[in-house]
Write a protein that binds this ligand. Structure first.
Ligand code: 8GP
Length: 820
């Protein structure tokens, strides 16, 4: 085997320049004079890949030969965001790139901007997976991210004339995509359907059709670790270009159908987030990427071996199941071990349970996947058998642990009903070593409520890993001014790989001069964002107002309704003269949110926000004191621009519903103050930054539960708080629908009669806390002191720390060490 030594980087500016020239010439086929920024983007990306190649080889070699177990992060989503700048930063080539590109007569920003963002995720769960692969590489942990290379990412959002969400296909692969390396020679076959036959006491699955899973590899360079991991996204291709028999009968469309259907598997990302699933194609996608990944791992770790000793598999790799989407991997590994490699059930189960772990990202019952057994049987008949057998074994094991028959019934993996269902979260819990939630409160609720029976009988399986975010993308790249100030304050830039060092900024919060510099950074970021919003959306933001943001998926539990109702109430107060417009603190409220295409109330909320914006922004009585903006198509790029410019962040979900949140961490780390409920990671953020540096309001989990139990009647709150009544009346009366009372009637009816997430019950507290917020904002030095303390005290929320927690408590593995 070729011995690979140190990687070639750092590259010099001259080498980078030469590399771009070569790529332009032989790759793009243009001279530097003919090249566009998009050409230079492709060429530069290929240069970066070129210089990472040796480190990539070396990391793989060390992974296979080394004594450190690797991590396989199985996730249906990786919301990676733009790649070029991040790769340059992590690989230490930022300056060389800037200089080389400028030397060739291009603006580095224009080059970077021409990258098309891969939108291969819905929201938090997908972005978290991207932060985690960054941290794994940065810590030198050998790891694969395994997922799907969807041809169409999450839809592109537009708004129509009425302010309604329109979904457009996001064909991100329409342009040249230099990062993914398609490796046809490492393809895997994934089969579906058919029957199971028995021969000599052995079960044999005879599938009906197969697709070719082609790996597309993305390099994941670690920050200053010299290591380069792999994000392997599978793309579905057909084996049979044409069914010639059918074709000869001149039924052309029927002939290409199998090809089209096979390739459909990786065609589109499901745009659902915390909303019910239940579609055949979704299950096909899940099995497709998991089956290919398991085969791939065996290929990588047991190269060329016909009869590998797979009892060593748990020493080679640990699979993390990112939510229930990849859980079909558990019966798949059982099938591979038993049917393909001849292991007995007990050995196979021992290997499987030692190899898998499961992270739960939600508590909403409707989002915990449950598949009809029939559907699994149609698509994966052998797997259904195995799942049923797992269920039987599991029930037998439970009988040795408890006499409580009802409890045993409740814990069935396959339900006992006419049309049985398979509960994927239960399968994951039974079939793996560890189960974790994503923030302390969430992990506690997982144990106490959602998986209570399991945690009673298997308390050792349960733990918590509070989420984290990568400081490389979300501080250094998104907020270079703050990064420079932090480095100045700490006298080192080591904080980028050891975020706890931010604590060293604490004393500087007492230094007024430093606080003023910090305030100047925020102001400059606001001006930048205003310019960006003008360019991209033609918005006119006033950087001398408070920037107040709420960016996240549109979901009832997140309560964008609460924010918009409070805003309408303020508007109503000004209009009615209750509040003099001259006393109003100037505020710019910025929303960013996509709704699942079929989520009616969420879409109506988007429409309402857009129309409130239209009315309020154009009302001369408001004298520009309140502005509402809703940039469409919220994505990672927009987040990177908006978060550094935000002063007040909204984390106002109903307590107990947001598993963690990660936006809350990004905002705090960028010096925004949070107004929030005691939910998800807000609880831990508040504990760390100090109660006096966080605007807390609203009911707690216990209060919410008590109110449900006692019977919740939202109309009572409408009658009780005149501000709320005024706001809802304006919506109902047609102020935001050009006089039409029907437009928002379903929303109004829901608020007044159902309001499942208790927006109305928390309204008064939410409006009351605004007085504290505004009073503090009127003292800029004090506001910024608190904001700086938020930065100094939230280093814990680095994804490096989260990965270290996984390494220590769940994966029990470590680093390969740095490459020089
Ligand atoms: C999200 C949670 O809602 C969020 O609180 C958390 O921070 C994030 O996961 C990362 O842990 N959950 C999802 O995005 C989710 O459940 N998505 C699946 C349905 C696609």
């Amino acid at each position: 085997m070729t011995e690979i030594t140190a990687p070639k980087s750092p590259v010099t500016t001259a080498e980078f320049t030469e590399g771009i020239r070569e790529q332009l010439k032989y790759g793009q086929g243009v001279t530097p004079e003919q090249a566009t920024p998009a050409d230079v983007y492709v060429a530069s990306s290929l240069v970066v890949r070129h210089y990472l190649q040796d480190a990539w080889f070396k990391t793989q070699q060390d992974m296979v030969n080394g004594h450190t177990k690797a991590v396989g992060y199985l996730s249906a989503e990786f919301l990676i965001g733009k790649q070029l700048r991040n790769a340059l930063l992590n690989a230490g080539m930022l300056d060389q790139f800037d200089e080389a590109v400028e030397g060739l007569g291009f603006d580095p920003q224009a080059v970077v901007d021409s990258e098309y963002e891969p939108a291969l995720g819905n929201g938090g769960l997908g972005r978290l997976a991207a932060c985690y692969v960054d941290s794994l590489a940065s810590l030198g942990v050998p790891a694969f991210g395994y997922g799907i290379q969807y041809r169409y990412g999450i839809f592109r959002q537009e708004f129509d004339e009425q302010g309604r969400q329109i979904e457009k296909p996001e064909y991100w692969l329409a342009n040249e995509e230099p990062w993914g390396h398609t490796d046809y020679n490492r393809s895997q076959k994934v089969s579906f359907g058919g029957d199971v036959v028995e021969k000599d006491g052995k079960k044999i699955w005879k599938p009906a059709w197969s697709v070719r899973a082609v790996p597309v590899d993305y390099m994941v360079p670690g920050y200053e670790s010299g290591r380069v991991n792999t994000l392997r996204l599978w793309s579905a291709r057909s084996y049979d270009e044409f069914d010639l028999l059918t074709f000869n009968k001149s039924e052309y469309l029927d002939a290409v159908k199998p090809k089209v259907e096979a390739e459909n598997i990786s065609k589109i990302l499901y745009p659902e987030d915390s909303t019910p699933q239940g579609k055949r194609l979704r299950l096909e996608q899940q099995y497709f990427f998991v089956a290919a990944s398991i085969k791939d791992v065996i290929r990588v770790f047991y190269p060329g071996q016909d009869k590998p000793d797979l009892t060593t598999l748990p020493e080679k790799i640990t699979f993390q199941l990112n939510d229930t989407h990849p859980v079909i991997g558990i019966p798949e590994l059982m099938r591979v071990l038993i049917d393909e490699y001849g292991y007995d059930w007990e050995t196979a189960w021992d290997i499987t349970t030692k190899t898998f772990n499961y992270t739960c990202h939600t508590l909403l019952p409707e989002a915990l996947e449950v598949w009809p057994a029939n559907l699994i049987g149609e698509l994966l008949p052998r797997h259904l058998e195995i799942i049923k057998e797992i269920n039987e074994h599991f029930l037998n094991e439970l009988k040795t642990k408890t006499r409580d028959k009802e409890k045993i019934e409740r814990m069935r993996i396959v339900t006992n009903e006419e049309n049985p269902k398979v509960r994927m979260a239960y399968l994951a819990t039974a079939g793996g070593s560890h189960v974790n939630g994503v923030a302390e409160l969430h992990s506690q609720l997982l144990k106490d409520v959602t998986l209570r029976d399991f945690s009673d009988l298997y308390p050792g399986k349960f733990s918590n890993v509070t989420n984290g975010v990568t400081p490389r993308r979300f501080i250094r790249l998104a907020n270079p001014r703050l990064s420079n100030l932090i480095t100045e304050g700490l006298g080192t830039d080591k904080w980028l790989s050891d975020l706890d060092l931010l604590k060293g900024l604490e004393p500087l919060a007492q230094d007024d001069e430093f606080v003023k510099k910090f305030a100047a950074v925020k102001q400059a970021n606001k001006e930048d964002f205003a310019a960006y919003a003008k360019r991209e959306f033609d918005f006119d933001l006033d950087p001398n107002t408070m920037f107040n943001s709420m960016i996240k998926r549109l979901h009832e539990y997140k309560r964008q309704s609460l924010k918009i109702l409070a805003l309408i109430a303020k508007y109503a107060d000004i209009k009615s003269g209750k509040v003099s417009v001259d006393d109003v603190l100037p505020r710019t409220v910025i929303f960013g949110a996509k709704s699942a295409p079929g989520y009616y109330l969420a879409k109506l909320t988007i429409q309402l926000i857009n129309n409130v914006a239209r009315v309020v922004n154009n009302d001369p009585d408001i004298k520009g004191k309140l502005h509402v903006y809703f940039p469409w198509n919220y994505n990672v790029r927009l987040a990177q621009h908006l978060i550094p410019a935000t002063e007040l962040d909204e984390q106002i979900s109903q307590a107990g519903k947001e598993a963690s949140g990660t936006g809350n961490m990004k905002f705090a780390l960028n010096g925004a103050l949070t107004v929030g409920t005691l939910d998800g990671a807000n609880v831990e953020i508040r504990e760390r930054v100090g109660a006096e540096n966080f605007f807390l309001f609203g009911m707690t989990v216990d209060e919410v539960e008590a109110l449900y139990a006692q019977g919740y009647h939202p109309a009572v709150y409408y009658e009780r708080d005149p501000r709320l009544k005024a706001a809802i009346d304006l919506v109902a009366g047609g102020t935001f629908s050009e006089g039409d009372r029907n437009t928002y009637a379903p929303l109004v009816a829901d608020w007044l009669t159902k309001d499942w997430f208790m927006t109305l019950a928390d309204f008064t507290a939410y409006c009351d806390i605004q007085a504290d917020i505004e009073a503090l904002y009127r003292q800029p030095l004090e506001w910024n002191r608190k904001a700086l303390l938020n930065v100094a005290r939230t280093g814990y929320f680095s994804s490096d720390r989260a990965i270290q927690d996984y390494l220590d408590n769940i994966w029990h593995t470590g680093s390969l060490g740095k490459l020089a």
